[in-house]
Design a protein around this ligand. Structure first.
Ligand SMILES: Nc1ncnc2c1ncn2[C@@H]1O[C@H](COP(=O)(O)OP(=O)(O)OP(=O)(O)O)[C@@H](O)[C@H]1O
Ligand SMILES: [Mg+2]
Length: 144
């Protein structure tokens, strides 16, 4: 059973960024998070806040066409932002080489469309889901 580690009602893009920022500061290097939510839910907003929480200042956008975007952390380590939308199965994820990123213990991993390669996602990954409540309201739940 997954237990909820954080749950908020976000009322603005800023709230979502702050939530992700704070979570990034509390998690150890090596953590993996999956991001789930409809189109326009705020996955990219979350990823940007998370990156800022790790001290990354570069622009952050979804790596839909490149599948993976890598950022260096100010100290040691990296952040990998993966978007598996264009990957059809665990086999093609492996053919792409996602395991190289997933297995990097010196990196944070943010994974969108993790359901494309569900059996490659470690049991201890933190599941973040973002749900539309209204135009600017979102329920965000992080569980593991
Ligand atoms: N509380 C909120 N949290 C996050 N984003 C919000 C919130 N309220 C409004 N928004 C708006 O919703 C949009 C979220 O866009 P974002 O690109 O992050 O979605 P996404 O989940 O990455 O979508 P896609 O699947 O298309 O990539 C932004 O335009 C943002 O300003
Ligand atoms: Mg996005």
């Amino acid at each position: 059973m997954k237990k909820i580690i954080e749950r908020i009602t976000s009322r603005s893009e800023k709230d979502t960024e702050k939530f992700a920022f704070d979570l990034a500061q509390r998690l150890p290097l090596g953590s993996m998070l999956t991001l789930q939510g409809d189109l326009g839910a705020g996955k990219t907003v979350f990823a940007r806040g998370f990156a800022r929480g790790l001290g990354i200042t570069e622009p952050v956008s979804s790596p839909t066409y490149t599948i993976v975007q890598e950022y260096s952390l100010p100290g040691q380590g990296r952040l990998y932002h993966l978007d598996l939308y264009r990957i059809s199965s665990a086999e093609s994820a492996l053919a792409f080489g996602v395991d190289e990123f997933f297995d990097d213990s010196n990196a944070f991993k943010l994974v969108e469309w993790a359901e494309r390669a569900e059996n490659l996602i470690p049991e201890n990954a933190i599941r973040v889901s973002i749900r539309h409540l209204g135009e600017n309201e979102r329920e965000i739940i992080a569980e593991n």
